[in-house]
Write a protein that binds this ligand. Structure first.
Ligand code: NAI
Length: 349
């Protein structure tokens, strides 16, 4: 997609409205209000009164909306960040683009390929506007460094990506309530690893997938065709393979890690979920403190992601991440979900 020209380049700060102020939206709102250059958070939208009050009290937002269409009708908003339930992403992205706004939308773009393609079509009719999906790991300095090393040929030809997204067990089971709109563990968690695998391997075409899974602690997920521990394998054209693991039940903390094996070396990113560089040795053993959640792990990347969105909207720097990447991630994530539910090998369409 072409780079975007902005009404705001070099001038006034980008005026952003946010929709969704839940677990992640409240964090994005903070980043947009206080942590991102050249932008102001001017509006917030949520059907929940307490969330609108949060935006007013904690982010200094004055224009509050219960309904997204009303926020989109405001001509004084240049861009929107959609941090709403996944099942709403595609329709809201299309509405925002048609209203003339730049759009940041959280991952995944949609829960079916048709909806993704509908977004892509509308985005192609609005090339002057940015449409960006929040694959936050693309903005993590460690993943970026690894990708550069690979692109420079330093590990030869990469052919295996072994990547996991593992969350600390939540005994309250937030994600069980989240299951009807999340698309399940592969669409919700492994989608990041799918995008990473494509990025690290140079975007080969996915041919077919296998999957399995188990419910170790949260059997209620089975009612939604979901699991709390999911395993998948992707075969790519040209011989590269990805092995993915996602878990909601880690006992120790959040552990996102990726290994890329090439013909002349391998890289490991984020092994063991260590919170810092302090290794403590005492009578209990030798250990690190552990990361608690995805935000603690990726806070810097979330900030960089918003900075990249604002820079793209202002026409300062084009995004490398394309909407088409989000379409492919959904296509593969859905094939994996089908492979898990049917127990069959699934060809990626
Ligand atoms: P959440 O359930 O905590 O928040 C959803 C928010 O959307 C709530 O504030 C809710 O009031 C609001 N909402 C619901 N309907 C709305 C509507 N019609 N208009 C405006 N707001 C509406 O969920 P969470 O965990 O914050 O996830 C939100 C999205 O962010 C999901 O798509 C999820 O996949 C994504 N996410 C991405 C992560 C990443 O690593 N990039 C991590 C966590 C979540």
């Amino acid at each position: 997609m072409e780079s975007h020209q902005s009404k705001k380049q070099g001038g006034q700060p980008l005026r952003v409205g946010i929709a969704g102020l839940g677990r992640l939206g409240a964090r994005h709102a903070q980043a947009l209000a206080y942590g991102t250059r050249h932008c102001t958070l001017v509006a917030a939208c949520s059907p929940v009164a307490a969330e609108r009050a949060y935006a007013a009290e904690h982010c200094g937002v004055q224009q509050l909306y219960e309904n997204l269409d009303d926020m989109l009708a405001n001509p004084d908003i240049d861009a929107v960040a959609l941090v709403t339930p996944t099942s709403m992403h595609a329709g809201q992205t299309i509405a925002a683009l048609r209203a003339g706004k730049h759009v940041f939308v959280e991952k995944p773009l949609a829960l079916n390929v048709e909806d993704c393609e509908a977004v892509l079509k509308v985005a192609e009719q609005h090339l002057q506007q940015v449409a960006m999906v929040g694959f936050v790991r693309r903005f993590d300095p460690h993943y970026q460094a690894a990708q550069r090393v690979i692109a420079q040929g330093e590990i030869g030809r990469p052919f295996i990506v072994n990547s996991q997204t593992c969350d600390l067990n939540d005994p309250e089971g937030f994600f069980v309530r989240f299951a009807p709109t999340s698309g399940g563990i592969f669409m919700d968690c492994s989608i990041h690893d799918i995008d990473l695998a494509r990025w690290m391997l140079g975007k080969p075409r996915a041919l077919r997938v296998f999957a399995s899974g188990t419910n170790a602690l949260h059997p209620a997920l089975a009612e939604h065709g979901d699991v709390d521990n999911g395993l998948a394998m992707i075969e790519f054209e040209g011989g590269a393979r990805a092995v993915l693991y996602a878990s909601r039940t880690m006992a120790h903390g959040h552990e996102t890690s990726t290994e890329i094996i090439g013909t002349a070396g391998k890289l490991q990113i984020g092994e063991h979920g260590a919170k810092d560089r302090i290794l403590r040795s005492d009578g209990h053993g030798v250990r690190h403190a552990v990361l608690r959640d995805f935000y603690e792990r990726f806070e810097a990347a979330f900030q960089a992601e918003m900075a990249a969105f604002v820079a793209a909207c202002r026409g300062e720097k084009a995004l490398e991440l394309e909407l088409a990447d989000a379409v492919e991630a959904t296509r593969i994530g859905l094939a994996i979900t089908k492979a898990y539910r049917t127990g069959q090998v699934v060809e990626v369409g």
